[in-house]
Write a protein that binds this ligand. Structure first.
Ligand SMILES: [Zn+2]
Length: 273
């Protein structure tokens, strides 16, 4: 009882403090969005700087790699990376998903949005598709600049916050909806970076099925990868390389997976693990 009363007291104190802040805002003019952003960034930099990561990879602590279910369901995820050669879109694949009523999560990088502004809004307006965060500059998520595939990770917590939060805000501004899922460029993380992502309100999404290996697989290999799915698999694929085998591989695998009793679901349909 005493503990409860203390909690109530704390809640009341916090409420008054917030009220005071709100009133100050009114009196002196609301702080600009930029000030608000910098303050948020400072708080997170203070909280996480100085921590040394021990893990580095695609499956580090905190990354969600599958749906927690034994049902025969698969979640398809497609990255749109936006590098110089990665600004395309596989419209045949997108139309296929739409026609077949297959829900999918689309991890979109800021540079891809800038290259395809109208298509981005069209995809975001389709209730089948969940728009997710694939970073501002497509950097591996690091708090100390580790690199992979020759791509430098974010060099510190501040850069990581920019990488995640600036694209989240860009997506929210364009669609009215803040993304809740984040996959870094290259899908590499250290475990502190995963915690920073969570602090920024994102669930960090990895994969259990490597669907197209960065859009390098020929179609038959993509199909074989998809057919290796088990209940609750999250499949990582790409939607930005129409010249690759990804689209054809997916289109060939879908009817076979359905014949085996699999359904296609959203990341939000099940708890993640
Ligand atoms: Zn990517």
């Amino acid at each position: 009882m005493g503990k409860w009363r203390n909690t109530l007291g704390l809640v009341t104190a916090v409420s008054f403090a917030l009220l005071a802040v709100a009133n100050t805002g009114k009196a002196f003019g609301a702080a600009s969005a930029q000030d608000e952003y910098e303050a948020k960034k400072r708080t997170i930099v203070t909280a996480y700087s100085g921590q040394s990561p021990e893990e580095w990879g695609e499956m580090v602590t905190g990354v969600k790699t599958s749906l927690a279910t034994k049902e025969k369901v698969v979640a398809l995820t497609f990255d749109a990376c936006g590098s110089a050669k990665g600004k395309g879109v596989d419209m045949e694949l997108v139309r296929f998903l739409d026609n077949e009523k297959i829900p999918a999560t689309l991890f979109i990088n800021a540079r891809w949005i800038d290259a395809n502004p109208n298509l981005f809004l069209e995809l975001a307006g389709n209730p089948l598709f969940t728009i997710a965060n694939h970073g501002l500059m497509h950097r591996p998520a690091s708090v100390n600049g580790r690199s992979v595939y020759g791509i430098n990770g974010t060099s510190d917590v501040g850069e990581l916050v920019d990488e995640i939060e600036l694209n989240a805000r860009k997506i929210e501004k364009l669609t009215g909806k803040r993304p809740v899922y984040y996959r870094s460029g290259t899908a590499y993380y250290d475990e502190i970076a995963v915690r920073v992502s969570e602090r920024l309100g994102h669930k960090v999404i990895g994969f259990s099925v490597l669907g197209d290996a960065g859009a390098t697989y020929p179609a038959d290999k993509v199909t074989a990868a998809l057919l290796s799915s088990s209940p609750g698999s999250i499949v990582i694929l790409h939607m930005n390389h129409p010249e690759s085998g990804t689209g054809k591989g997916v289109m060939a695998a879908v009817p076979q997976l359905r014949k085996r009793g699999f359904r296609f679901v959203r990341l939000s349909d099940y708890p993640l693990e």
